[in-house]
Design a protein around this ligand. Structure first.
Ligand SMILES: *[C@@H]1O[C@H](CO)[C@@H](O)[C@H](O)[C@H]1NC(C)=O
Ligand SMILES: *[C@@H]1O[C@H](CO)[C@@H](O)[C@H](O)[C@H]1NC(C)=O
Ligand SMILES: *[C@@H]1O[C@H](CO)[C@@H](O)[C@H](O)[C@H]1NC(C)=O
Ligand SMILES: *[C@@H]1O[C@H](CO)[C@@H](O)[C@H](O)[C@H]1NC(C)=O
Length: 353
């Protein structure tokens, strides 16, 4: 019995190898990292993952992603890094995600490309939120489109590294169409644009001058909770907005919990694969955890950064409508969050007078 079993397997293996060799000799590697170090054609792909701190993702045999990545023949990593100046990983991170399908999936080109006569097909990209990848069949081949930039023709398809599949394209000039960051003179003007309740809270706080001072000595990061997030908090505290605004101690504590005094952090600076990043707000510590659906060990449904402490777990909803990271002077970066980042329990908050 055992012998027969081995015989069957070896026949299957040799048929598989023959078929593989006939197809185009597509070797398969244990991990994406092994694939990427197998040829200089993957130097740019490797560089994109390395730069964004995602080498461990490449080395994890359980990683299952599908990406259309530019060959080194077509695109220089240096060009991406030039775009990233002053942005601490934000651009490269965005570009990398725009080149990968959303979710943990391994898709061969045949299953993604439209058939002859069919219009181009659209897929969700891994970039948050609502960015797409289009695959088109043209007379001379299959093309990948990002949201912006030129198309990339697939020059090598179905390269396997671990559970993932990589398609190489001949043009890396595609990027997500997130709105160009609007610039606002002050944090408050930024908030006014989308999050009026956050604006009211920050304006009523003792930090209003600090937030708006054009000569402020430090760079800051501000997390702005949505109006819905404040409404939910008021409900939990069983108070009205007017009662909150009249409680200076509570307003100050809440405002302080949303400001990092000392650095203006772009999204990319809060993302590290496999290990959270510690942040220090003016009211206590926060943990930033990268949480992208293309990660094999993600902690939830979100595909961005999760901020948490013992009392709250909030999702950074960057790249939402409006603007997001602002880098013009004065030096601050704002992010939207979907919860109020309370620094103490609701019970203790309700005692703040
Ligand atoms: C990753 O980037 C660092 C810093 O540029 C470099 O020293 C290292 O060799 C790179 N690793 C790989 C595997 O490319
Ligand atoms: C990239 O260039 C190398 C050598 O210059 C060549 O062997 C390889 O086939 C090219 N790859 C693609 C995808 O064009
Ligand atoms: C503020 O950020 C800018 C740009 O990243 C940097 O050049 C500058 O040194 C920072 N200033 C302070 C006080 O940290
Ligand atoms: C922000 O940090 C600077 C430098 O550490 C400090 O001088 C300033 O008082 C801080 N501002 C607030 C509001 O905490």
């Amino acid at each position: 019995m055992a012998k027969a079993g081995i015989f069957v397997i070896s026949v299957m293996v040799s048929i598989y190898l023959t078929a593989g060799a006939a197809a185009a000799t597509v070797p398969s590697y244990k991990t994406l990292y092994d694939l990427f170090i197998s040829s200089p054609e993957f130097n740019v792909a490797l560089g994109l993952f390395n730069y964004t701190g995602l080498l461990p993702l490449l080395k994890d045999p359980n990683t299952m992603i599908t990406c259309f990545l530019p060959t080194s023949n077509a695109t220089q990593l240096g060009a991406y890094l030039d775009w990233d100046v002053d942005q601490e990983g934000r651009y490269v991170w965005a570009i990398l995600l725009q080149h990968c399908l959303d979710g943990q999936k391994a898709a061969f080109l045949k299953s993604l490309a439209p058939v002859v006569g069919e219009e181009m097909r659209r897929y969700d990209s891994a970039f948050p939120i609502g960015a797409y990848i289009w695959i088109d069949r043209q007379e001379d081949g299959i093309y990948y489109y990002g949201e912006e930039g030129e198309a990339g023709k697939v020059v090598k398809a179905d390269l396997k590294g671990g559970k993932s599949i990589i398609h190489l394209i001949d043009n890396g000039n595609q990027y997500p169409s997130f709105p160009p960051p609007d610039t606002f003179d002050t944090v408050l003007e930024f908030l006014d644009f989308n999050y009026p309740i956050a604006r009211e809270i920050f304006s009523a706080s003792s930090f209003v001058n600090f937030l708006t001072d054009p000569a402020r000595a430090t760079n800051i990061t501000v997390f702005a909770p949505s109006d819905a997030a404040f409404a939910a908090l008021l409900k939990q505290l069983k108070i009205t907005k007017a009662q909150l605004l009249n409680n200076r101690a509570l307003v100050d504590l809440l405002a302080a919990a949303h400001v990092i005094n000392g650095s203006a952090l772009y999204t990319g600076a809060m993302i590290r694969y496999g290990s959270p990043i510690k942040l220090q707000t003016m009211a206590g510590p926060l943990t930033a955890t990268a949480d992208l659906t293309i990660f094999p060990k993600r902690s939830g449904p979100a595909k961005t950064v999760v901020l948490s402490n013992a009392y709250v777990k909030a999702v950074l909803s960057d790249y939402d409508v409006g603007g997001n990271d602002v880098w013009d002077p004065p030096k601050y970066v704002c992010h939207y969050v979907d919860k109020v980042l309370i620094p103490i329990s609701i019970k203790d908050l309700s005692k703040v007078k």
